[in-house]
Write a protein that binds this ligand. Structure first.
Ligand code: NDP
Length: 240
């Protein structure tokens, strides 16, 4: 629901053209934010401004963020969601598979947040939300690159909290478990069934369930929460 506060706020969601990022963008539109999404292909949901950007390409992010700020105003809320997997056992993992995943998931969040915080510092208000994964906390065999990148986001959020916490800026991590999306649809039926057995909730989560937590972290009720890691995983990672 739109409030006086959210109507003045501009949210940027990376990878908002599909999956979890799209659900987050839809929710923030419903909450009343002015929302921009980055996309390499396709476009964001209705009511959003789509800007073309690759989070691995600093120049394209510079141009995208300038466009968002020019058309919607200074960014107040950034959701670093864009991410990839390149799963294989460590023995078989190429240097390129490792670098590509870390550079997209962790480097991409760094490049996006670094550019978005300028206006937040000026406004003395900001919300930084990083989409990590249960994999980054629990560790998943076959995901050494992905787990390392997602765990790196925790240190990143906590360093930001110490640097910018005094300026009204919070930085938090959301750690989804298994969520219905193109990323999990790639798993074969047998693997999916095995994973479901391990989830106390007995089912995959939805993008909307991640979006609800992002919405709360972005809002005024979460103003005193920073450097936190919020699992949204049906109990899969309990205690990690
Ligand atoms: P999808 O594969 O459905 O979507 C990934 C999104 O990231 C797409 O919008 C994609 O854009 C974008 N993206 C990937 N690489 C880049 C890049 N270099 N530059 C810009 N955008 C890029 O994944 P999900 O929606 O499932 O995942 C979203 C986030 O949630 C990811 O960070 C993922 O790691 C995390 N996550 C997902 C879980 C799940 O079970 N699904 C569990 C835990 C965490 P494009 O369409 O152009 O490829």
């Amino acid at each position: 629901m739109s409030t006086a506060a959210t109507a003045d706020r501009v949210a940027l969601v990376t990878g908002g053209n599909r999956g979890i990022g799209r659900a987050i963008a839809e929710r923030l539109v419903r909450d009343g934010y002015r929302v921009a999404v980055t996309a390499r292909s396709g476009s964001g949901p209705e009511g959003t401004l789509t800007v073309v950007a690759d989070v691995n390409d600093a120049a394209s992010l510079d141009a995208a963020i300038a466009q968002v700020e020019g058309e919607l105003g200074p960014i107040t809320t950034v959701v670093a969601n864009a991410g990839i997997t390149k799963d294989t056992l460590l023995m078989r993992m190429s240097d390129d598979d490792f670098s590509a995943v870390v550079d997209t998931n962790l480097g991409g969040a760094f490049r996006t947040v670094k550019r978005a915080i300028k206006s937040m510092i000026k406004a003395r208000h900001g919300r930084i939300i990083l989409i990590s994964s249960v994999s980054g906390l629990y560790g998943v065999a076959g995901q050494a690159n992905y787990s390392a990148s997602k765990s790196g986001l925790v240190g990143f959020a906590r360093a930001i909290t110490r640097e910018l916490g005094g300026r009204g800026i919070t930085a938090n991590v959301v750690a989804p478990g298994f969520i219905e999306s193109d990323m999990t649809a790639e798993l074969d039926d047998k693997t999916q069934a095995e994973y479901k057995k391990q989830i106390p909730a007995g089912r995959y989560g939805t993008g909307e369930e991640i979006a609800g937590v992002v919405s709360w972290l972005a809002g005024d009720d979460a103003a005193y929460i920073s450097g936190a890691v919020i699992p949204v995983d049906g109990g899969l990672g309990m205690g990690h």
